[in-house]
Design a protein around this ligand. Structure first.
Ligand SMILES: NC(=O)c1ccc[n+]([C@@H]2O[C@H](COP(=O)([O-])OP(=O)(O)OC[C@H]3O[C@@H](n4cnc5c(N)ncnc54)[C@H](O)[C@@H]3O)[C@@H](O)[C@H]2O)c1
Ligand SMILES: O=P(O)(O)OC[C@H](O)CO
Length: 345
């Protein structure tokens, strides 16, 4: 049995708390919000964000960061990406040397273009940071629906320890040493999912969705490989796998926001209606800035930026995508693949 602190009590934090408790661990959940902790203490259920998933009576909930950070074998950082830096900064003085921290959020910081594990390592240099990512909606994990996911770590022993901690009959965990590739796929799939939602909102069909998923992962892989990620990561669970689920799922906040924008809502209106975090909006800006930095062509991400931040109608963006220069499929990806990086473990 491990002692686990979950930092962030939204839908994903609660679903992972449920999973890790069922795996035989002692779990404490922290939230910055007093009313959220009161609700969890009183109801043992997150009525707003994960209704129907009953958390066990012995699970503890707190707003005291010091108590949740102390004496834990593992800390799971589950706050939405816009709060990763501020939360890690608050945690830093409480964290012991070598503390294992699992980041489960998905995003890129648009002001620095850093991945979330890079931010956590910058704020808490004494920590041993790993990432957990893949096609995994909290609503399904909380019902014990079979799910597969990947833990990414620099050290093989840490990856294998986390694999053992999270893995269950309904939650299959793979390991990977490609932390960067995992994090880029996780953040950028949300941008393509916004586009897929917009296509749904415009009333387009399955052909369009398949095109966005396939060309979207080509785009993510092209940028990710240029930055040092590995092609097999982008065509694995944390790349194409998570992209498929987010573009297709009725649970996806990014897809829901995209649908509203496709129907004519502004970005702000869509974010307000979805209520929960729509991280693709932040990652769109960061993804496009990274593409410019690495001189990589990302037409879908570029059009999503125009829709979100320049007010371009979604239908016009689709026309622009369709009428781009004629191309050979994936020729640049093939060339990048030949130069792909070596695998450390
Ligand atoms: N929900 C999912 O299915 C799912 C699955 C995989 C990964 N993720 C990722 O997990 C992360 C969290 O997502 P979520 O779905 O739990 O979000 P959510 O919107 O359900 O929850 C947000 C939670 O963050 C916390 N919070 C709010 N403001 C905060 C602040 N200022 N500082 C610190 N904490 C604050 C609160 O506990 C709040 O409930 C995201 O990066 C998301 O992409 C979510
Ligand atoms: O609801 P979304 O769009 O934030 O996606 C949640 C997860 O990332 C799916 O794996």
């Amino acid at each position: 049995m491990a002692k686990i602190g979950i930092i962030g009590a939204g839908s994903w934090g609660c679903a992972l708390a449920w999973l890790l408790h069922n795996n035989g661990n002692q779990v404490t959940v922290w939230s910055i919000m007093e009313d959220e902790v009161s609700m969890l203490k009183n109801c043992h259920e997150h009525k707003d964000k994960l209704p129907g998933v009953i958390l066990p009576k012995e699970m503890e909930f707190t707003t005291d960061l010091e108590s949740v950070a102390a004496d834990k074998d593992v800390l799971v950082l589950a706050v939405p990406s816009p709060f990763t830096r501020s939360t890690a900064g608050k945690m830093a003085p409480l964290i012991k040397e070598g503390q294992k921290i699992v980041n489960v959020a998905k995003g890129i910081e648009d002001s620095t273009l850093m991945t979330l594990s890079e931010i956590i390592e910058q704020e808490i240099p004494q920590a041993d940071v790993v990432v957990l990512s893949g096609p995994s909606h909290a609503e399904e994990v909380g019902k014990g629906i079979p799910t597969t996911i990947v833990v990414g770590a620099k050290r093989k022993d840490t990856a294998e320890y986390m694999q053992g901690l999270f893995m269950s009959q309904v939650f299959r965990v793979y390991t990977s040493s490609d932390v960067l590739g995992i994090e880029l796929g996780a953040a950028l799939k949300n941008v393509v999912a916004l586009a897929a939602g917009m296509a749904d909102g415009l009333g387009y069909g399955d052909n369009t969705k398949a095109a966005l998923i396939t060309r979207g992962i080509a785009e993510i892989a092209r940028l990710g490989i240029s930055m040092g990620g590995r092609i097999e990561t982008f065509y694995g669970l944390t790349g194409i796998g998570d992209l498929i689920v987010t573009c297709a799922s009725m649970h996806s906040r990014n897809r829901k926001a995209g649908i509203l924008i496709g129907k004519g809502a502004t970005m702000e209106e869509a974010m307000n209606q979805v209520k929960m975090v729509v991280e693709g909006v932040y990652s769109a800006k960061a993804g496009y800035a990274l593409a410019q930095k690495y001189q990589v062509n990302v037409p879908i991400i570029e059009q999503v930026n125009k829709i979100l931040f320049e007010g371009m109608p979604a239908a016009q963006a689709v026309s622009e995508l369709m009428l781009r220069d004629k191309k050979v499929e994936n020729i640049d990806l093939r060339q990048l693949y030949q130069n792909s990086v070596e695998i450390p473990w």
